[in-house]
Structures are given as C-alpha cells and as structure tokens.
Unconditional design. Structure first.
Length: 182
C-alpha cells in the first residue's frame, strides 16, 4: 500500500498539524523541514516540492486552521469585543500562544513570513475588530480621532499574552476597555 499524497486533504492536515505543533514548541528560528518531516512522517524533499520555504508552509498551515470567527453586533463596542475575544478563546487543538510567539519571532527575522502573515492571518483576526470599531465610532461610543490600529493591536496583544489566565476576557473588557472608553 502506497503513501497518501501530500495534496490529499487529510494528509495535508496531518502535515499542517505537525507544522503548528513544531512552531509552537521550538519557535521560528529552530523550526525546520526535518522536524516537520519526522513529525508528519513525510519526506523533506516532498515538503520542499510543495512548500519552497518554511514561511509558506507555516502560512498555509495557519490559513488551513483559521477558526470561523463571528461578527457579533451586540449593540455596544465592549460587548462586541467580548464576543470576538470569546470566539478566539474557544478550545483550539493547538498551542495558540506558542504559535503567535513563533510568528512574532519569525516576522522579525523573515520579511516573507511577515508579509504572508499580515496578508493571510492577521486580517482574519483584525477585520472583525475593525468592523466593531467602525460601528462604535458611528454610534459615538469611540472618539472619531481614535487610532483604531493601536487599540486593535493592544486588544490582540493583551489577549495573546494573557490567554492562559482564567477570566482574562472579562478583565480585558471590564477592567481595561470600559474604563478607557468611559
């Protein structure tokens, strides 16, 4: 019986699961095709045939495993943010904090990864917050001159860095966001 080709969806998911596990465990600098090949029971050459760089392999793995994120409209910015962060906090089969830290590390070292990450991954997360910010500005909840990029980055960073802590979403919304926006 032959091996399942890498373009078969179930086989690709095995590879992508290995990619995300390796990234979370060793970070970007120590991430390599040998580690992925061993974990995914694939040849290094077959990985390179399909993905010419580790940045492209990691980006494809992330894109294939992006969660389906809702676009809540709870009538207030704080509650929209609470629902968005809850959707991010749903149990995931991956070490999300380890993956994000690996991505941040890699993005400083590899311009290709930074570009691919921004284009294919970051937008999947920031788009929902941007919609919530725009609606909040239209409702008068946020000042028109508010720098949405800084606010969105602060929300994402705080969530990623503290996501292991119990009650972090309520702390972010009720202890940080509500006092800031009044």
């Amino acid at each position: 019986m032959g091996r399942t080709p890498l373009d078969a969806p179930e086989r690709q998911q095995e590879v992508f699961t290995a990619v995300l596990a390796v990234l979370a465990e060793v970070g970007y600098a120590r991430f390599n095709m040998d580690l992925v090949a061993a974990r995914a029971r694939a040849s290094k050459s077959s990985l390179y045939q399909r993905w010419p760089s580790k940045a492209r392999l990691i980006t494809d793995a992330l894109r294939a495993n992006l969660p389906v994120l809702p676009q809540p409209d709870e009538g207030s910015f704080a509650e929209d943010v609470r629902q968005i962060l809850r959707s991010w906090g749903e149990p995931m089969p991956f070490d999300t904090a380890g993956i994000f830290l690996g991505l941040l590390e890699g993005s400083r070292q590899d311009a290709d990864l930074a570009c691919l990450r921004e284009e294919h991954v970051d937008r999947a997360y920031t788009a929902h917050l941007q919609v919530a910010v725009d609606r909040a500005k239209a409702r008068g909840e946020l000042p028109a001159g508010l720098n949405a990029n800084v606010l969105i980055t602060a929300l994402i960073s705080t969530f990623v860095l503290m996501s292991e802590e119990q009650g972090v979403i309520d702390d972010i919304v009720d202890g940080l966001l509500r006092p800031l926006i009044g």
